[in-house]
Design a protein around this ligand. Structure first.
Ligand code: CTP
Length: 379
């Protein structure tokens, strides 16, 4: 279970009760969790022993899972006993508490255990029920701890249900587009895709199912709620976006789409001959504007990169493309825009409310954008 939680990106600290050390060594769990294992209020064998502050531990965690939860620990939790570090931390925890009972079948069915479950549920703690199977006693019946994969799935589902974008689908465009000149050359730009991928992560962390339509990028999104659809050209991006727009509730177009592409793509590699070469370019389709025309009640967010008359130009784009929000990057601001890890944005909503944000990491900017979206959804 520790391995599973670490794998999905959680920072895990393990508390062991004294009795649990008869089943598994602290070394195993500290190796898997990549954190020291805590089991007593002080470490008696260490002369520099520090007090393991259960209050701090209880506040540190975003969620607390007690598994396997024995009849003994559950009864102590229900009665407020705090004679070991696990119980004292439990009493101090402010986060959601889940417990996965594991015990023999007769203990599981005993009225005293059922009473513990009821008391703990009345405290707001969440039970992950035991299942039927082979028990440590050799008997077969109910009382076996739910499988670790099922515990993780239970908790993920439970968290998702409480998130503000649960059930919503978000479509995001990211990165540059490459417009072919011939089989080996293209016109592109310096967009890294980082901003779009950060927005995708922020949206997924709020519970949304996210599809990113991305031009060529090194960015990766390892999140069970994010699907990446790679594309090359503006025209590929247009098609992919229109294939997914119907199913979306929110579309955020952060890609740096080429405004022009070569009118003709040479089938063969263009040979060098004359001292100059003319390429005729034609306009690509404006994906954002095309969505503005068909958006109905979907929420549509665009970006604007301006060098002069920024606010005026951004508001014009907001209106002409029928957007709910526009995120303005100014190239005049140091640290904003392409390539880097920071950005400085001004967000304007459809009521022309203007919010200026300071220079921040793109991760934080993504959260600000998602917060503006949440505000519009609530309004
Ligand atoms: N965009 C798009 N499709 C295009 C061009 C742009 O979807 N073919 C989107 C971008 O993803 C961004 C927004 O339009 O969200 C604004 O892009 P920007 O280049 O700032 O503005 P343009 O509308 O292209 O106008 P201009 O370049 O003249 O400022």
């Amino acid at each position: 279970m520790v391995r599973l939680f670490v794998k999905v990106g959680a920072n895990v600290k393990v508390i062991m009760t004294p009795a649990s050390k008869d089943f598994v060594t602290p070394l195993t769990l500290s190796t898997l969790s990549k954190n020291p294992v805590l089991s007593s209020f002080t470490d008696e064998e260490d002369e520099n022993a520090v007090w393991n502050n259960h209050v701090e531990l209880g506040l540190w965690a975003d969620l607390f899972l007690i598994a396997p939860a024995t009849a003994n620990s559950l009864s102590k939790m229900a009665s407020g006993n705090s004679d070991n570090l696990l119980l004292a931390t439990y009493l101090s925890a402010k986060c959601p508490v889940y417990f996965a009972p594991a015990m023999d079948l007769d203990m599981y069915k005993h009225q005293s255990t059922i009473n513990s479950f009821e008391i703990l549920k009345s405290f707001g703690n969440i039970i992950i029920p035991a299942v039927s199977g082979e028990l440590a006693s050799g008997l077969v019946g109910e009382g076996r701890m739910a499988e670790p994969e099922d515990i993780l799935a239970f908790i993920e589902k439970d968290i998702l249900q409480s998130l503000p974008l649960n059930g919503k689908q978000v479509l995001i465009t990211a990165g540059p587009t490459y417009e072919a000149i011939d089989p080996v050359r293209f016109i592109g730009n310096h967009s890294s895709g980082k901003m779009g991928f950060e927005i995708a992560k922020a949206a997924a962390n709020l519970g949304a199912k996210v599809v990113i339509i991305s031009g060529p990028t090194h960015e990766k999104a390892e999140h069970s709620l994010i699907t990446v659809i790679p594309v090359q050209s503006a025209s590929d991006m247009y098609d992919a976006v229109h294939n997914h727009f119907n199913d979306s509730d929110i579309a955020i177009l952060s890609a740096a789409v080429a405004d022009y592409k070569p009118k003709k793509v040479s089938i063969r590699k263009i040979k060098k001959k004359d001292s100059t070469l003319q390429l005729e370019l034609e306009k690509t389709k404006d994906i954002l504007a095309s969505l503005g025309k068909i958006k109905q009640n979907k929420l549509l967010v665009g970006f604007a990169l301006e060098t002069n008359d920024e606010l005026e130009n951004a508001i014009k784009k907001l209106k002409s493309k029928n957007l709910d929000l526009i995120v303005l990057n100014s190239l005049n601001d140091k640290g904003a825009g392409f390539g880097g890890t920071t950005n400085k944005v001004i967000i304007i909503n459809k009521n022309e409310t203007i919010t200026n944000y300071s220079l921040k990491s793109k991760t934080e900017v993504a959260k600000d954008i998602m917060n503006e979206i949440l505000k519009l959804l609530d309004a």
